[in-house]
Design a protein around this ligand. Structure first.
Ligand code: GRF
Length: 198
């Protein structure tokens, strides 16, 4: 039996596309749901085009009531019965109560070499810090924001003329290589870390 994977997005879903395209016949997992908190997320149409069921749990009606939003989110996930949840450009912060419900089953990709630059605006912060390298990390999701055990990392050089936008653009293809590699291992119960270099 293949592991069932739910992918959570908020935007274009390029990481969702990379994960889905990698889940081929020989892969230990299969995509069963793409869920977005944003009804206008471009990734929803991409998922539908690939034949993956989609659900929207719009966070806006809950007006900051995280618990109520997460109750809806949890119900939608339970209905899909995933073995693994991949956060892929999902921009809502999850409470420890929610992450505890899916402990050990939820992964996230963060655009920095964790534990450096947790949180937002990672590309600008890497440039401000004068980093010679930048990268992305796939980690298990725990109560600590961007703090769970690292499963894989990819590293790229920082160019002298880099702006946050072109640094992000050069990093994205590495995200699309790293996340599928980590998911394939994770779904196959292989916990050896992945290290990628451009
Ligand atoms: C990516 O940079 C990812 O690292 C971050 O969200 C951005 C957009 O991801 N978490 P996607 O194109 O929606 O997958």
């Amino acid at each position: 039996m293949k592991k069932r994977v739910a992918i959570l997005i908020s935007g274009g879903g390029s990481n969702m596309v990379a994960l889905t395209q990698d889940m081929d016949a020989g892969h230990p997992a299969e995509p069963v749901l793409v869920l977005s908190n944003n009804p206008n997320a471009g990734g929803l149409a991409k998922a539908a085009d690939m034949g993956i069921p989609t659900v929207v749990v719009d966070h806006r009606p809950f007006k900051g009531n995280r618990e109520a939003f997460e109750a809806e989110l949890h119900a939608a996930l339970l209905a899909a019965n995933p073995d693994i949840i991949c956060l892929a450009g999902f921009m809502r912060i999850l409470t420890p109560e929610f992450t505890a419900k899916w402990e050990g089953k939820m992964l996230n990709i963060h655009p920095s070499i964790l534990p450096l630059f947790t949180g937002l605006h990672t590309h600008q912060r890497a440039l401000d810090a004068g980093m010679a390298v930048h990268g992305c990390t796939v980690h298990r999701v725990t109560a600590e924001l961007d703090g769970g055990p690292i499963l894989g990392q990819a590293v790229i050089p920082v160019h002298a003329d880099d702006t946050p936008d072109n640094l992000a653009a050069r990093l994205l293809p590495m995200e699309h290589r790293l996340y599928p590699m980590v998911l394939r291992k994770f779904a196959g119960n292989d916990d050896t870390k992945v290290a990628l270099f451009s």
